[in-house]
Write a protein that binds this ligand. Structure first.
Ligand SMILES: [Zn+2]
Length: 104
């Protein structure tokens, strides 16, 4: 069974994206460009992506705090961006902008 792993950045509006900038609002940052360079390096070496591995490549803590890595069990489920309307955190349903800095 094949699987695909993607690295997502969370923008200031709570969107997740895997390209150069957020397709919803255009947000990008030097930190994200730093991370995409590290990802390209890992891909070139054919190694699995993990937050701990990116940390070893000197990706900053600030950048890692915006990073999520998702492995998809089927390639047909892979997406480039996601704009979640709500999250359930500790049993409460809230929009991302009503949550703390961990969600934007
Ligand atoms: Zn965005």
């Amino acid at each position: 069974m094949s699987s695909t792993t993607r690295v997502y950045c969370c923008c200031n509006s709570g969107h997740y994206f895997s390209g150069a900038s957020c397709p919803y609002d255009g947000w990008s940052s030097p930190a994200w460009r730093e991370l995409t360079a590290a990802i390209a390096y890992r891909d070139k070496e054919g190694k699995k992506l993990a937050i701990a591995e990116l940390s070893m490549l000197r990706v900053s803590r600030a950048t890692l705090s915006r990073t999520s890595i998702v492995s998809f069990g089927r390639d047909a489920s892979v997406f480039e961006a996601l704009a979640p309307a709500t999250y359930v955190v500790m049993g409460e349903t809230k929009p991302p902008l009503k949550l703390g800095p961990g969600f934007k």
